[in-house]
Every structure is written in structure tokens, then in C-alpha cells.
Design a protein around this ligand. Structure first.
Ligand SMILES: [Zn+2]
Length: 173
């Protein structure tokens, strides 16, 4: 930072388009820089929207089931001699209480401050918010922030995996 005589021991990315190039700041100035950092700076609302959507699917293309060459999948045309899909439907019908989170998600949901049921979009947006707030770079390289971020990452992975592998459950919300 011009005029600053402190040692530049903390790095921060120069811009969205050069995330691997860094400015080096003293603690006080890296905090000020991070506080003013806005990844979406200079993007139009449409570009921000596109970025958020791409993030939701980890930058990979997605499409609704059945949209590739077929309007929808028809159960009549589906060969399912072992009635696997029927069994899955039965299992879902027996689910006792959709308002209660699966046992393994209780702690992760608490970490993320989310209630159940929830959706991938909600989880994703809460995660972005928490990851930004607790990122070590936004906390002067704090070890505590690093630990908090690790916990948040694990919680996010657990909830995201559950929602991705059990779409019916996600739809309950
Ligand atoms: Zn400084």
C-alpha cells in the first residue's frame, strides 16, 4: 500500500481475472483490502447470475432429466423388472417425518445455521456467505478462522451430498 512502511506479509488476489497474482500487504492493509474485495465487481447482473448458476453445478453443464433428445422419461417405457424404482418410491412413502433432518445432518445443518428441509440453492448461498466471512484471508490469516472454515467445508459437503443423492428429499422443501 503506497505510503505504508509495514512489511507486506499477507497476500490478496489482484482481481477476479488474475486470482493467482497477488498484492502483498501488511496485516492492517490486507484486512482493508479484503473488506473491499468484491468478486462480482464490474459484472452485469446477467453475468453475476450466470456465475452463480455455474457455481451451483461446480462449473459443469447441467440439464433437467430427460431433456436430451427426449421430453420426459415415461415409466411405461422403462424396463424395471426388479421394481427398483417402485421400491424407492415405497421407501420414500415410509419416511416418518420430512421436517426432521436425517441424523447425520443435524450437526452440519447447525454449523451452517440452516433448518430442515432445505434446498441445494439455499445451502450453496449460505455456504458462500460463511466461506467469505470465515476465510483466513479475510481474517488476517487467523488459525481460528482456518479451523472454522474447515468445519464449514465439511458441513457443506455433507449436506450437499445428501441433497444431491436424494433429490426427493430435497424436493420436500
Ligand atoms: Zn500496510
Amino acid at each position: 500500500m503506497p505510503g505504508c512502511s509495514e512489511a507486506g506479509e499477507y497476500r490478496a488476489p489482484k482481481s477476479r481475472t488474475s486470482l493467482n497474482e497477488y498484492h502483498w500487504f501488511c496485516l492492517e492493509h490486507v484486512r482493508a483490502y479484503n473488506a473491499g474485495w468484491d468478486f462480482y465487481k464490474g459484472m452485469s447482473p446477467a453475468e453475476v447470475e450466470a456465475q452463480l448458476r455455474a457455481d451451483t453445478s461446480w462449473q459443469r453443464p447441467t440439464w433437467p432429466i430427460g431433456s436430451l433428445g427426449h421430453t420426459a422419461w415415461s415409466e411405461e417405457e422403462l424396463k424395471d423388472p426388479l421394481n427398483i424404482l417402485g421400491a424407492a418410491r415405497m421407501k420414500n412413502r415410509e419416511r416418518p417425518d420430512p421436517q426432521r433432518p436425517p441424523a447425520e445432518l443435524k450437526a452440519p445443518l447447525e454449523t451452517l445455521g440452516l433448518s430442515w428441509p432445505t434446498t441445494l440453492d439455499v445451502v450453496k448461498s449460505r455456504y458462500k456467505e460463511l466461506a467469505k466471512r470465515h476465510h483466513p484471508d479475510a481474517n488476517g490469516g487467523s488459525r481460528d478462522a482456518e479451523e472454522r472454515l474447515k468445519t464449514i467445508n465439511l458441513a457443506y459437503a455433507a449436506v450437499r451430498t445428501k441433497l444431491s443423492t436424494e433429490p426427493r428429499m430435497a424436493a420436500a422443501g
